[in-house]
Design a protein. Structure first.
Length: 76
């Protein structure tokens, strides 16, 4: 998976690599393994670059249940 850099800024490249590894792996431990660093080293980079992890979960909208169930409607 190629990562496109906007510049040759090393800090920006490190941030992009960390973010991509976190999204791909889903956990700090697995992302650290992908990057070849310890989880503590990755955690330091997450703090250094102010990477939001874990990502906020998007909860699906809850569809309200109808006031009367179909079985109650059939009873009428």
């Amino acid at each position: 998976m190629p990562i496109v850099l906007d510049s040759l800024n090393l800090a920006e490249a490190e941030r992009k690599l960390c973010e991509e590894a976190l999204v791909t792996a889903g956990s700090i431990v697995e992302a650290a393994n992908l990057l070849g660093v310890t989880r503590h080293a990755l955690k330091r980079r997450i703090l250094k670059h102010q990477i939001e992890w874990p990502r906020p979960r998007v909860t699906p909208m809850r569809v309200p249940e109808p006031l009367l169930h179909r079985s109650a409607i059939a009873a009428f």
